[in-house]
Design a protein around this ligand. Structure first.
Ligand SMILES: Nc1ncnc2c1ncn2[C@@H]1O[C@H](COP(=O)(O)OP(=O)(O)O)[C@@H](O)[C@H]1O
Ligand SMILES: [Mg+2]
Length: 381
C-alpha cells in the first residue's frame, strides 16, 4: 500500500522539537515528498539552533522509517541563516509562518542585508534559460579568464539537474572535511572548486533533488572553507523557475551572466532569465552568445549558421550589456568534455582570448560599470 503524507505527519507528531512542540506544529517542516516508499523533507531552523535540532532530525528519520511501507527516509536540516561570526544579532526570530519549503517560496527582492560569505568579495551567477546552451563551459572558461586577470577565483557548481564541474574540470576525488564538519574545496587550475555533484548522488531521483537544493546550496556556500576569493563563479541550474529564483535569492549575488545560443527559442529563455534576475534585484552583468558562429577547424572560415547576432540585438533591446560571442568549435567541445578547458590548456589560442575578453568585461561590470583599465592584480605567493 502506498505511503501517504498523512501517515508520515502522524509519525512525526510523536517526535518532539527541542522545546517540546511536536514536529508538525513546530513550523520548521518543508513539504513532505513521498515517492515509491521514499520519503524526503527538510527542517528549516535558525542557524544558531542547528545543534539542538540534529537529534530531532535523526529521530524524525527513525520515526518515518517505522511507518509501514516506507523504504527509506531522508531528512535534511537547513539552517535559515548563516552563523556569520561577525554579524549583529537578529532583533527577533523571523515570523515562522514564512518558512515554507524552498521551491514554494515567494519572489521578493533580494535582501540587501543578506550575509555574504566571509572572505569572498563577489559572487556572480552564470545562468541560462535552458540546459545545453553551454552554460557550464562558459562558466568554467569565464572563471579561468578571471583567474588570468589576476583574480583569486572559486567555482561553485549549483546545477542540480546536471552538475558538470566534476567532468569539465576532471575532478574525481571527493572533498575532504576539515575539523569534522567543514569541507575543503578541490583545487584545480588555480581555482577552488565545489560541486553539488560531490554532495548529491547522481542516483538521487530528481524529485528529491528539488527540496534538497536549499540545504545543499547553503552547505556549499557556508560550510566550505573557501578562503579568500576575489570572485566566486556559480554555475546555476538552467531555467527560470521557482528553484532558480529561490537560489538567486539565497546566494548574495553581485550579478548574473546569461548564456544564450543565437536561436530564438533560447533567446526567449534568456529573456526570462534577465527578467528573473531583475525581479530579485540582481544586476545582469550581461549576455554571452555561445555557439554564435561556426569556425571551420580546417580552414578557419567563419559561417553564421544560426542567424548569429541575435543575442547582441536582444541584449541591446533589454538594456543589458553584451559581453561577447563564442564560436561553435570542436576544440571547445573536445577540450571541455575532456576536463581540459581551453583557457587553461590552450591559453595562447583564439578561444582563450575570447573568454578572457569576456572575463575582462565581466570584471569591469563588477567593478562598477564602464570598461576600464587595469584590473586589480592579486599576487599569489
Ligand atoms: N562554444 C562551443 N563550441 C562547441 N561546443 C560547445 C561550446 N559550448 C559548449 N559546447 C558543448 O556543448 C555541450 C553542452 O555544454 P554545457 O556547457 O555542458 O552546457 P549546459 O551547462 O548549458 O548544459 C557540451 O558537450 C560542450 O562541450
Ligand atoms: Mg551544465
Amino acid at each position: 500500500m502506498a505511503v501517504t503524507k498523512e501517515q508520515v505527519l502522524a509519525a512525526l507528531a510523536k517526535v518532539p522539537s527541542p522545546d517540546g512542540t511536536p514536529l508538525p506544529q513546530a513550523r520548521v517542516l518543508s513539504d513532505v515528498v513521498v515517492t515509491d516508499g521514499k520519503v524526503f523533507f527538510s527542517l528549516t531552523v535558525d542557524s544558531a539552533a542547528v545543534k539542538g535540532w540534529e537529534p530531532v532530525r535523526k529521530a524524525a528519520e527513525m520515526a518515518v522509517r517505522g511507518v509501514p511501507g516506507v523504504q527509506s527516509a531522508l531528512v535534511a536540516l537547513t539552517a535559515e541563516r548563516a552563523a556569520g561570526a561577525a554579524r549583529a544579532p537578529q532583533p527577533a526570530p523571523a515570523a515562522p509562518a514564512a518558512r515554507g519549503h524552498a521551491p514554494h517560496a515567494h519572489a521578493h527582492p533580494a535582501d540587501k542585508t543578506q550575509p555574504g560569505i566571509p572572505g569572498v568579495d563577489a559572487i556572480i551567477a552564470v545562468a541560462s534559460g535552458k540546459g545545453g546552451v553551454g552554460k557550464s563551459t562558459t562558466a568554467v572558461n569565464l572563471a579561468l579568464g578571471l583567474r588570468d586577470l589576476g583574480l583569486k577565483v572559486g567555482m561553485l557548481d549549483a546545477d542540480i539537474y546536471g552538475p558538470s564541474l566534476p567532468k569539465l574540470l576532471a575532478i574525481k576525488e571527493k572533498p575532504q572535511t576539515i575539523g569534522g564538519n567543514r569541507l575543503k574545496p578541490i583545487e584545480r587550475y588555480g581555482m577552488s572548486v565545489m560541486s553539488i555533484g560531490f554532495l548529491i548522488d547522481e542516483e538521487t531521483p530528481m524529485i528529491w533533488r528539488g527540496p534538497m537544493v536549499m540545504s545543499a546550496i547553503t552547505q556549499m556556500l557556508r560550510e566550505v572553507e573557501w578562503g579568500k576569493l576575489d570572485v566566486m563563479v556559480v554555475d546555476m541550474p538552467p531555467g527560470t523557475g521557482d528553484a532558480q529564483l529561490t537560489m538567486a535569492q539565497q546566494v548574495p549575488l553581485k550579478g548574473a551572466v546569461i548564456v544564450s545560443t543565437p536561436q530564438d527559442l533560447a533567446l526567449l529563455d534568456a529573456r526570462r532569465g534577465v527578467a528573473m534576475f531583475k525581479r530579485v534585484n540582481v544586476p545582469v552583468l550581461g549576455v554571452v552568445e555561445n555557439m554564435s558562429y561556426f569556425l571551420c577547424p580546417e580552414c578557419g572560415t567563419r559561417s553564421d549558421i544560426f542567424s548569429h547576432g541575435g543575442a547582441r540585438h536582444e541584449a541591446e533591446r533589454l538594456g543589458v550589456p553584451f559581453l561577447g560571442e563564442v564560436p561553435l568549435h570542436m576544440t571547445i567541445r573536445e577540450k571541455s568534455d575532456a576536463g581540459l578547458p581551453v583557457v587553461a590548456t590552450e591559453p595562447d589560442g583564439p578561444h582563450a582570448k575570447i573568454y578572457r575578453d569576456i572575463a575582462a568585461q565581466v570584471l569591469a561590470q563588477i567593478k562598477g560599470g564602464a570598461a576600464r583599465a587595469a584590473p586589480k592584480i592579486v599576487i599569489e605567493a
